[in-house]
Design a protein around this ligand. Structure first.
Ligand SMILES: Nc1nc2c(ncn2[C@@H]2O[C@H](COP(=O)(O)OP(=O)(O)OP(=O)(O)O)[C@@H](O)[C@H]2O)c(=O)[nH]1
Ligand SMILES: [Mg+2]
Length: 444
């Protein structure tokens, strides 16, 4: 199969010590050799040579490179001028500028990886924390692809059973026992549901665990935000109602990203703006995985009890979340000592007790990851496709119950297979591919 030869700088845009220019396609070697000071490049060996009169370079030829095609990678000096001149010279020599994500797209088209792995490459390149890196690597290594493959095989087996029955329908033969079919459909459905349910955590790990800081005015919510961030991000003042809007910042504990959301103080007020802020605070609590309820430790404990009840009444499902009461201002002599056993005693002002809080937050997330025990779903496109697969399977299950003929059941099953196949790319149209790969940068 012949393919156009494409070229791009694969190292990040900008000036660097060196830059790598990648050529991929049938003519990669011959195009490169037109400008290199050597007659041949031996496969997979670094060759020091000149690129025209432009630069001293190291060139490596891979008969089958990252893209699954003949590839030449030229390491040149990293000035913008040299990078551009090398690429332009290679374009003049017959290569075409690569489009965004085109190297990885070719790797997919040439069967070097499936679509879910290609997407993991993008995640891997974007990863900034160890947790994001771990997720991307586990998806790239294909544990996830294996799970999908098994599901697909089960669906295929089921379809062939039904189609066999259809072929012999004149003879009134039922090959497949309907209750057995129902069991298989339910089994596949529950596996898909289990995988889908990991998306919430997978996505939170990728983007930051949503953590809402909630409490009464002046409890010290903004002070806690600032103390955890070690930054004067939010305005702090002794005036009740300082924070009106939600304030969001991410921070890391041991490589796990948290999305901290400081909110307006909860209380009864006629102030329109304050009430808008309180609505936002409640919305943040609804969305959050972790709630840090900040209580002023010099105030009676009953205030915390009332607020938590009010949050529950407002639709915040406290039982589904990690909820801690942070007893703030414990540096003050008026702090009620007896309340210590009801929460985590801290002083946002002095910075005490925060290590214990950080440790609890991290432990909660690690426990969630451990109990998920299987591959975590992190990709919204896959989440959506699995949902569609399950919808089609529900139709099959319903049809089986109602005794619908097997040829009609097979139609729904094919639908389920189609949606499952869009994840790994067994079925992929150009629009979907274009969408996925255009999110990459040129050179990836
Ligand atoms: N002594 C002491 N004072 C604190 C502590 N944390 C906050 N304060 C003080 O309490 C007051 C209110 O702090 P904020 O952080 O603005 O309180 P808030 O909960 O964000 O208040 P609103 O934005 O109005 O809802 C400020 O004067 C802070 O300096 C603490 O740990 N110890
Ligand atoms: Mg505040």
């Amino acid at each position: 199969m012949r393919s156009e030869t494409i070229v791009a700088v694969t190292t990040p845009a900008g000036v660097g010590g060196i830059a790598v220019v990648r050529l991929s396609g049938t003519e990669a070697l011959s195009i490169a050799l037109r400008h290199l000071s050597v007659k041949e490049l031996s496969p997979r060996k670094a060759t020091y040579c000149h690129f025209g009169a432009l630069d001293d370079v190291i060139a490596v030829y891979y008969p089958t490179g990252y893209t699954g095609e003949p590839t030449v990678e030229i390491s040149c000096h990293g000035s913008l001028y040299v990078q551009q001149a090398v690429v332009e010279t290679l374009v003049d020599a017959g290569a075409r500028m690569a489009e965004a994500g085109e190297f990885t797209m070719r790797a997919f088209v040439n069967g070097r990886m499936d679509l879910s792995q290609a997407e993991a490459v993008a995640d891997l390149v974007d990863a900034v924390t160890p947790a994001q890196h771990r997720l991307a690597v586990s998806q790239l290594r294909g544990g996830y692809a294996k799970v999908l493959k098994e599901l697909r095989q089960q669906l295929l087996d089921l379809t062939s059973l039904l189609e066999l029955e259809f072929d012999f329908s004149q003879e009134d033969v039922e090959f497949a026992d309907r209750s057995q079919l129902s069991r298989i459909v339910d089994d596949i459905g529950s596996k898909i549901s289990a995988l889908r349910s990991t998306f919430h955590l997978g996505n939170a790990l990728k983007r930051g665990i949503p953590t809402a800081i909630i409490g009464r005015p002046n409890a010290g919510k903004s002070s806690l935000l600032n103390a955890l961030l070690a930054d004067n991000r939010a305005i702090v003042s002794p005036i009740a109602g300082t924070t009106r809007d939600t304030i969001e910042e991410t921070f890391n504990i041991d490589g796990v990203t948290f999305r901290l959301i400081d909110t307006a103080g909860l209380h009864h007020t006629d102030d329109l703006l304050e009430n808008m802020g309180i609505d936002r605070a409640i919305a943040a609590a609804v969305e959050a995985d972790i709630i840090l309820y900040v209580h002023d430790a010099t105030r009676p404990w009953t205030e915390a009890v009332e607020d938590l009840q009010a949050l529950q009444d407002a639709g915040v499902k406290l039982g589904d979340k990690h909820l801690w009461v942070v007893l703030n201002k414990f540096d003050l002599p008026e702090a009620i000592e007896a309340s210590r056993k009801l929460g985590i005693a801290v002083s946002s002002l002095k910075g005490t007790g925060l290590d214990a809080l950080r440790e609890l937050m991290l432990k909660a997330v690690t426990a969630d990851v451990d109990s998920a025990s299987q591959t975590l779903l992190t990709n919204a496109r896959h989440y959506d496709a699995l949902g569609r697969t399950n919808d089609a399977l529900l139709q099959v299950a319903q049809g089986l119950k109602e005794g619908i003929p097997s040829d009609l059941l097979a139609v729904d099953l094919r639908d389920a297979l189609y949606h499952l196949g869009t994840i790994t790319g067994e079925v992929a149209n150009n629009e979907v591919l274009g969408n996925i790969f255009s999110r990459f940068c040129v050179g990836k």
